[in-house]
Design a binder for this molecule. Structure first.
Ligand code: SAH
Length: 235
């Protein structure tokens, strides 16, 4: 009899506790593991370092407070200033396709929330990231510091010109879509380096392109259609 009373009481207690604290770190870690399994591994991403990075980076810290509950859903989310944090699968795909190694120096154009940079920073030695919207740069660089990503260096500038000072790069990831590949990015890519970049007209479907530099020559491969925010002209 006593037990019959205890059970509903315990049940109610646990509902109250989970209802009050639905967003603890364990819950987020579980959502992250589900995200990687269902959205990323099942779609064919196999690179272990990429999968581990997506399992580790707290994506909910990179979205605005009113988006936290959607942080592990299968879609991009608004981050303010008309910009978005990319869908997790796209981040994973773009990371895997440049075949990041631990001794790599990687350039990212379009820091945005900072999430893609953090995923890269889990894998490679050094990430340089350029963002044209100063407020987004400021927010991301504070977050990198808070989360201890000391191997990310970021700046507010027009990414059309890459970041000459630290060039050449083993890999370049561009997360906004220009109408053509900016020539400075090609020249800042190392021999045998890979660049992944969405190319196309603003607000239309663009193509994700893989650019490789071999024997000083450029080879491009069109991968699949995507939709990214436009590459802003600051130049
Ligand atoms: N990688 C980001 C995605 C952000 S969306 C993330 O993980 O959240 C793309 C970003 O590119 C936007 O923040 C936008 O402001 C920035 N951007 C657009 N044009 C740019 C340019 N010319 N130079 C640098 N950043 C640019």
């Amino acid at each position: 009899m006593e037990q019959a009373i205890m059970r509903p009481a315990l049940f109610l207690f646990s509902v109250l506790v989970t209802g009050l604290y639905p967003q603890d770190e364990d819950t987020f870690a579980k959502r992250r593991a589900d995200m990687v399994r269902q959205q990323i591994e099942q779609r064919g991403v196999r690179d272990q370092a990429t999968l581990d990075a997506l399992k580790t980076v707290p994506r909910h810290r990179f979205v605005p407070a009113d988006q936290v509950e959607y942080a592990y859903e299968d879609r991009p989310l608004p981050i303010g200033y008309g910009q978005t944090i990319s869908q997790p699968y796209i981040v994973a795909f773009m990371t895997e396709v440049v075949q990041p190694e631990d001794d790599f120096k990687v350039l990212e154009i379009g820091t945005g929330s900072g999430y893609q940079a953090a995923v890269l920073a889990e894998i490679v030695q050094q990430v340089y990231s350029v963002e044209i919207v100063e407020e987004l740069h400021d927010r991301a660089s504070t977050l990198f510091e808070d989360l201890g990503y000391s191997n990310i260096t970021s700046t507010s500038a027009d990414g059309y010109f890459g970041w000459e000072e630290h060039a050449p790069y083993d890999a370049i990831i561009v997360t906004a879509a220009p109408e053509y590949i900016p020539p400075p990015l090609i020249s800042q890519l190392k021999e045998n380096g890979k660049m992944i970049i969405p190319v196309g007209s603003p607000f239309r479907v663009q193509n994700l392109m893989l650019v490789e530099k071999k024997d000083g020559k450029i080879r491009t491969k069109t991968l699949f259609p995507v939709m990214f925010v436009p590459f802003t002209k600051g130049h």
